[in-house]
Design a protein around this ligand. Structure first.
Ligand code: SAM
Length: 212
């Protein structure tokens, strides 16, 4: 179902805008994004925009998802943390790209709801943990890669502490309304930051993010 829409999404929204990571393109072609949306918004699943999910949250635009995953430079052996796993769609993509993915989601209803489609797509190497993930999950650290799927006001120190040396964190950093997409690589003696354009994510709410 929606096979041709998915193919067009990959061709026109991703490849033509410069996404070239084969693994990311294949994952986005194969994972049925519509399963992570409710019946009423399913027809919007492959559009070039973010789609509302429940609790005033969104599933991000396909292009920005692909861009973030490409920036993470994922390897099959990676253990990855996603902070703000929402519908579970990005976790489903990660399940095809890495060894293990751990999703942290603040809203109990969303965390619970995401487990069903993840099971349907056989994302068996993925877990969803409900709670404030703004300071990561030390029990599961260190991670090879960390994806922050909601806006943070500054480079997230506690999350960076849970990254391996040589690891990469990608996050939208800025104000509640607008951010820059930033890639931070942890080096033996510091961090290297690169910037990848403007974006507008919902805020990460919690100790390491914004106030409610
Ligand atoms: N990547 C997700 C997907 O595939 O559906 C979409 C992420 S949505 C843009 C951002 C998510 O971050 C929301 O589901 C929101 O509830 C969650 N969030 C906000 N603050 C959080 C926190 N402190 N810990 C964990 N999740 C949080």
């Amino acid at each position: 179902m929606y096979e041709s829409e998915r193919k067009q999404m990959v061709e026109f929204q991703l490849k033509r805008r410069g996404i070239s990571d084969k693994g990311v393109l294949e994952a986005m072609h194969s994972v049925p994004r519509h399963l992570f949306l409710s019946e009423t918004t399913r027809s919007m699943a492959y559009g070039d925009f973010a789609v509302p999910i429940t609790n005033n949250q969104t599933i991000s635009q396909p292009y920005i998802v692909a861009q973030m995953l490409e920036l993470l430079d994922l390897n099959k052996s990676d253990r990855v943390l996603e902070v703000g796993s929402g519908s579970g769609y990005v976790l489903a993509l990660l399940s095809r790209l890495v060894r293990k993915a751990i999703g942290l989601e603040r809203i109990p209803e969303l965390a619970e709801k995401s487990r069903k489609p993840l099971k349907e797509v056989k994302a068996d190497n993925v877990i969803v943990i409900q709670g404030d993930g703004s300071e990561g999950k030390v029990q599961y650290a260190p991670f090879d890669k960390i994806l922050v799927s909601a806006a943070v006001p500054e480079p997230p120190k506690k999350l960076l502490d849970q990254l391996k040396t040589g690891g990469i964190l990608v996050a939208p950093i800025g104000s509640r309304m607008q951010q820059k997409l930033v890639r931070i690589t942890k080096l033996p003696n510091g961090y290297k930051e690169t910037y990848h354009g403007d974006c507008a994510f919902v805020p990460l709410i919690g100790k390491g993010g914004f106030e409610l």
